[in-house]
Design a protein around this ligand. Structure first.
Ligand code: NAD
Ligand code: IPM
Ligand code: MN
Length: 357
């Protein structure tokens, strides 16, 4: 049958608040349209450290491996900083164990909301960028040494790791503006030299997609001076982490961005790009848009593209209609915002039903 198991990992800080709103949207769609989504919540991150001693308990990992998709809130917080095994280590292990080498982070300035961008509206208008971030290699997973007077972090990439993420970027570009900008530091780093060489070779398979290269420092500058020059940004793990936070605010807030992490097979992981935001946790003021966007991306990846589109459209209508959380200059609570999205969804589903009859 078409029953689907969705594992929810609320995590820490604002994670439970944003994931709860996303799950309620999914429950609404599933019960109304008979999607057969079943939700199972598991301990993860700091919450799991408190309960079990480990940020990624075996039972949580096993549940994720047996799921059709995983929806994650956020992990981490000052409570667990400085521990030998931090909540963040659980997230890295989960990505690695599930083989999620490709992290897709789409950012867009919504037409009509240009005034919410910290950039001048004429610069921000129409920006629409997809970051394709390599997620299971590089300095995140190299050997580390920490001694009293010295420390090191090893950055390693194999040709095969670069090839497979490059293919994801070029294939994504075919569904968008057909332009890939590969971002590296090939004027300094050996991994970047191999990165650039390999990307040029993979590009030969995609003559219909334009390719250019930028150093990461110049790319950081261009993102805020000329964001429209970008379509797909292809980059390594850490550069992608940093550039996507920078890119996220161009649309008004880091709270807007969702992401999909996928591998060659198995369940995908869907999470907002922001963290556990300890400074605003528990106040019901966090923006759940990134988590809801991640849920929409999950629906699309599960083969329910029309449902994903309904959810994304309801989100856009909510913000354009003036319902906005504090980070977007509004006063809506997180729970109110989620309910407003679901109200738009309900209206859309009425029209959908009428169409089916
Ligand atoms: P953060 O993204 O949690 O917060 C940065 C700033 O943005 C804060 O002022 C926060 O209030 C604000 N913010 C973030 N998301 C928001 C939202 N949805 N709505 C409104 N405002 C929002 O980054 P940080 O403060 O550097 O990290 C806090 C903790 O989160 C750390 O422990 C870090 O390791 C962790 N972290 C986890 C993830 C993840 O789980 N994927 C991602 C990033 C950081
Ligand atoms: C993210 C986060 C993580 C990362 C941290 C929490 C390990 O910043 O998902 O962007 O660096 O990948
Ligand atoms: Mn990050």
């Amino acid at each position: 049958d078409k029953d689907m198991k969705i594992v929810i990992l609320p995590g820490d800080g604002v994670g439970p608040e944003v994931s709860a709103e996303a799950v309620k949207c999914l429950e609404l769609l599933s019960s109304h349209c008979g999607l057969g989504l079943h939700f199972e919540t598991h301990a993860f991150g700091g919450a799991a450290i408190d309960a079990t001693g480990s940020p990624l308990p075996d039972s949580t990992l096993a549940a994720c491996q047996g799921a059709d998709a995983v929806l994650l809130g956020a992990v981490g917080g000052p409570r667990w900083d400085g521990r030998t095994e931090m909540p963040e280590a659980g997230l890295l292990k989960l990505r690695r164990e599930l083989g999620l080498f490709a992290n897709l982070r789409p950012a867009r300035v919504i037409q009509g909301l240009e005034a919410l961008s910290p950039l001048r509206a004429d610069l921000a208008e129409g920006a629409d960028v997809l970051v394709v971030r390599e997620l299971t290699g590089g300095v995140y997973f190299g050997d580390r040494v920490l001694e009293d007077d010295a420390a090191s972090d090893l950055c390693v990439y194999s040709r095969a790791e670069i090839e497979r993420i490059a293919h994801v970027a070029f294939q994504s570009a075919r569904r968008r503006g057909r332009k890939v900008t590969s971002v590296d530091k090939a004027n300094v780093m050996a991994t970047s030299k191999l990165w650039r060489r390999t990307v040029v070779e993979v590009a030969e398979h995609y003559p219909d997609v334009a390719l250019d290269h930028m150093y990461v420092d110049a790319a950081a500058m261009a993102l805020v001076t000329n964001p429209r020059r970008f379509d797909v940004i292809l980059t390594e793990n850490m550069f992608g982490d940093i550039l996507s936070d920078e890119l996220s605010v161009i649309g008004g807030s880091i709270g807007l961005l969702g992401s999909a992490s996928v591998g060659a097979s198995g369940p995908g992981l869907f999470e907002p790009i922001h963290g556990s935001a300890p400074d605003i946790a528990g106040l019901d003021i966090v923006n759940p848009a990134g988590a809801i966007t991640s849920a929409a991306m999950m629906l699309e990846q599960l083969g329910m593209a029309d449902m994903g589109r309904f959810l994304a459209e309801a989100l856009g209508k909510t913000m354009l209609g003036g319902c906005r959380t504090a980070d977007m200059g509004g006063s809506a609570r997180c729970s109110e915002f989620g309910e407003a999205v679901r109200e738009h969804l309900r209206r859309r589903l009425v029209r959908y039903d009428a169409h089916l009859e």
